[in-house]
Design a binder for this molecule. Structure first.
Ligand code: SF4
Ligand code: SF4
Length: 66
């Protein structure tokens, strides 16, 4: 099954990745990262490996594995 690795410390919380995930696999985290920002969390249940999230992330926080 495909999955992603998301660097929560690098994430700036713009939420662009959440808006493009067709599988609803990305959610805002409840905790804060070291920047004091609520990063995105990967649910890891039904990722298709489409890479939309990685392509749209302006800070290259996401890597996709298939
Ligand atoms: S690779 Fe596609 S399905 Fe998987 S988390 Fe990213 S946008 Fe969602
Ligand atoms: S697009 Fe990148 S920086 Fe923006 S919330 Fe998603 S992982 Fe974080």
């Amino acid at each position: 099954m495909a999955y992603i690795k998301l660097d929560r410390e690098k994430c700036k919380g713009c939420m662009l990745c959440i808006s493009v995930c067709p599988k609803g696999q990305l959610k805002e985290d409840k905790g804060l990262n070291k920047k004091g920002i609520r990063p995105v969390r990967f649910l890891d249940k039904d990722c298709s490996g489409c890479a939309f999230c990685a392509i749209i992330c302006p800070d290259c926080c996401i890597e996709v594995y298939k």
